[in-house]
Design a protein around this ligand. Structure first.
Ligand SMILES: Cc1ncc(COP(=O)(O)O)c(C=O)c1O
Length: 431
């Protein structure tokens, strides 16, 4: 028998992720709480919880994607588009019928008047719209203000741009998670380049009121900052809540980039068709960056989404059904012993585990599959990590204030939610 070559028995050791690899990736990982002390990168809590659900057979209410696809007619439209030859690069700004459909949609719903040729840009989901906007308009030395908790890609692209992330906390109240106007004003200053607001808001389900948005708009205008709004849940609002696009506030259309996408509105999250609109000079700046990210994508899906946007009935029906599913899950969570802030928008609800004796949402989420056969994600994953650069130990950060809170999604079939609610009862019974 031959002796193995030394290199075969002792392969070179490649650390899973080298702290030596240079580049901005590290800033993106740090900004989203994924950079370990040894320089390696942790998987996201979403991936960890999804794996946990798969391993344990728990019901996954952690990740927010629908378990029922969008309208059959829209799928057929995409299939037809493939057969009709929409298979090569579409125009870099998006197919004209989709840009027109976005402009029509914004006029019909919000009274906004857009030129589809110069003021609308189709993107690879809202994610690319956010990335291209922040990379185009902010850089080192600039500050970008967001709400906190925040959707993780907001923090990541601010870091990739080399800008500084400043946050304004949302506070839990009986009337939802709300902004403190004084904190909005304090967060905005001479270095503020962008104010990025997300309404309806993931993860809290808050729909910012016109008055709250006016505070944001006034603060942005006072320092000549641009407002970027992430409105991907614009049609998923309940009860008496009304979605107000910032661009509809007096004088704001000229300094606002509005971002949305088809994923949540039509339950086609995998198609990644998004768009943005704003004044032509800002859209041109963003297009300049966007053309070097993906250039263009989703050729057959773009005309299908143009068709979807012309019909207001499907989103209305989805919102009505989600409202019922929200009620089902919220009642189940309360019956299980959680304290719940009832969301008026999105398909997420934030529940507090403290009344059940859990002060740490991360620990609760790791144990929930065993305790109740359900998976959620800790709200702290949407906050700046305690211990991140600049954190003062024991200071009142949003992550600490919301440490015991967990986000659950209700964009699952009613039978799945009933099963989850039944399982959650084990928490109360086990107390
Ligand atoms: C607030 C928010 N913005 C943007 C996105 C991403 O949208 P898209 O899938 O269109 O890129 C999501 C997805 O979860 C989201 O919650």
């Amino acid at each position: 028998m031959s002796t193995p070559h030394p290199a075969a028995s002792n392969p070179p050791q490649h650390p899973r992720s080298s702290p030596q690899v240079p580049g901005r990736w590290r800033a993106a990982a740090a900004a989203t709480g994924l950079l370990r002390a040894d320089g390696s990168v942790a998987s996201t809590i979403f991936a960890e919880m999804t794996n946990l659900a798969a391993r344990t057979g728990a019901i996954n209410l952690g990740q927010g994607f629908p378990d029922v696809d969008g309208p059959h007619a829209i799928k057929q439209a995409a299939i037809r588009a493939i057969e009709d030859g929409y298979n090569q690069y579409p125009p870099g700004t998006g197919v004209p019928e989709l840009r027109r459909a976005v402009a029509d949609h914004q006029r019909r719903h919000y009274g906004l008047d857009l030129d589809p040729d110069t003021e609308v840009l189709v993107t690879t989901g809202a994610t690319e719209a956010l990335a291209a906007t922040v990379l185009a308009l902010a850089g080192p030395g600039d500050e970008v203000v967001t709400l906190e908790p925040f959707y993780d890609s907001h923090a990541a692209v601010i870091a990739l741009a080399g800008a500084t992330h400043v946050t304004v906390p949302l506070h839990p109240t009986p009337d939802g998670f709300r902004l403190d106007p004084a904190q909005v004003r304090a967060a905005v200053g001479p270095r503020t380049r962008l104010v990025l607001v997300n309404t309806p808001h993931n993860p809290t389900g808050t729909v910012l009121t016109r008055a709250e948005l006016q505070v944001v708009a006034d603060a942005a205008r006072s320092v000549d900052a641009i407002v970027v709004t992430d409105e991907v849940y614009e049609h998923l609002v309940y009860d008496d809540a009304v979605h107000v696009p910032v661009a509809t506030l007096p004088g704001m259309a000229e300094r606002t980039i509005t971002i949305s996408s088809a994923g949540k509105t039509f339950s086609f999250t995998g198609w990644k068709i998004g768009w943005l609109h704003g004044p032509a000079h800002l859209v041109e700046a963003v297009r300049t960056v966007k053309q070097f990210l993906t250039y263009t994508s989703g050729s057959p899906f773009q005309p299908a989404i143009a068709q979807a946007l012309a019909d207001d009935e499907a989103p209305r029906a989805l919102a009505a059904s989600l409202r019922d599913r929200r009620d089902l899950l919220c009642e189940g969570l309360v019956a299980a012993g959680f304290e719940v802030v009832v969301p008026r928008g999105t398909y997420f609800v934030v529940a507090d585990g403290a009344p059940l004796g859990f002060d740490d949402g991360v620990e609760l989420c790791r144990r929930l599959p065993d305790l109740a056969g359900v998976v959620g994600v800790p709200v702290s994953a949407f906050c700046r990590a305690p211990g991140a650069p600049g954190d003062v130990p024991d200071s009142p950060t949003t992550a600490r204030a919301l440490a015991s809170r967990v986000r659950f999604t209700f964009v699952k079939r009613e039978d799945v939610l009933r099963d989850a609610v039944g399982r959650l009862r084990a928490l109360r019974d086990g107390r």
